[in-house]
Write a protein that binds this ligand. Sequence first.
Ligand SMILES: Cc1cc2nc3c(=O)[nH]c(=O)nc-3n(C[C@H](O)[C@H](O)[C@H](O)COP(=O)(O)OP(=O)(O)OC[C@H]3O[C@@H](n4cnc5c(N)ncnc54)[C@H](O)[C@@H]3O)c2cc1C
Length: 326
Amino acid sequence: MHPFTYVRAESLPSALDSARTEDTMFLAGGTELLNWARIGIESPSHLVDIGRLPRLHEITSTGDGLHIGALARLNDVAQDPRVETSYPVLSQSILRAASAQLRNLATIGGNPVQRTRCPYFRSNGPVACNKRVPGSGCAALHGANERLAIFGWTEDCVAVQPSDPAVALACLDAEIITEHVDGGRRIPATEFHTLPAEDPSAHNVLRPSELITGIEIGAPAPKSAYVKVRERQSYEFALVSAAAVVEVQDGVISRARLALGSVALRPWRLYDAEQALVGLRPGSPEVMDAVTSGFSASRPLSSNAYKIPLARNTALRALELALEAG
Ligand SMILES: Cc1cc2nc3c(=O)[nH]c(=O)nc-3n(C[C@H](O)[C@H](O)[C@H](O)COP(=O)(O)OP(=O)(O)OC[C@H]3O[C@@H](n4cnc5c(N)ncnc54)[C@H](O)[C@@H]3O)c2cc1C
């Protein structure tokens, strides 16, 4: 492992100040970062441990919404009564992520920063991967791509973003709040991850040394649900997943939000389907057609055509569960 220096930050200003040097990374729960250092995905020369920053573990009510501190542990977020009741899609997405042990350590701020599980990106040896070595190509394009993208890929990268909570946050139109020595900002969760057409070597829009301080969610979404399809029932990343948030008035759908996970390098909102669902009666035959209309941009790779009907059915199931909820 590459040698690095370590400092534990005691305050937000000192964390930002310590991160001014080149090659610095923040350490939160450490469940991802230490693996990257071991495999050689990242070799930071300086680690700023943010794990003890005051107040960033807190979950606070804000008007009709919720502010979740970036250092809140995944299990603490999932089991918060306000999240369980008002945002079941988020609670369910977290409880289907990783294992209980990991969720006790991993933070909600570190989770969306996790990187693709593409086998070529995670490879120990040298391999063509534009994310590992920009300009080296994409071995997955004609290689082992069964689990990879069906939306938003280019010949430069066909990987997918594996986070479960990120799918729920995109579906809830959450915002990611950051701080940086040059000023903070609010990033829509739908725009946090970068697509390969923008830059195949990038992962997200964070600037170097930009710190996530929290996540904000708006009005409660009690009629919501998350469905994760995976090869075994626990401790496994998704083949596909879907989040659904709905509102019903006078017996018809008045608003719908649908997002897919593990189908692209960012949670994939099905905006066309969301529009087509408005005005439909839950359970009517047109609902399937409306969901299908969200897939016009889907494109399979050589070995993953199965993911298109799987994702469509997963989205439909999440929608049905959301309609039954609340
Ligand atoms: C075996 C295994 C299985 C897993 N399965 C799943 C799964 O099924 N679903 C799922 O969603 N996830 C899964 N994960 C991912 C896991 O949820 C993440 O590892 C975890 O959420 C990362 O949080 P952390 O606090 O440990 O981040 P760290 O490891 O500390 O950091 C990860 C990255 O985020 C950056 N970072 C952390 N906090 C901040 C911040 N506040 N601001 C800016 N940058 C920050 C770090 O600099 C680093 O780049 C799995 C992980 C493992 C190891």
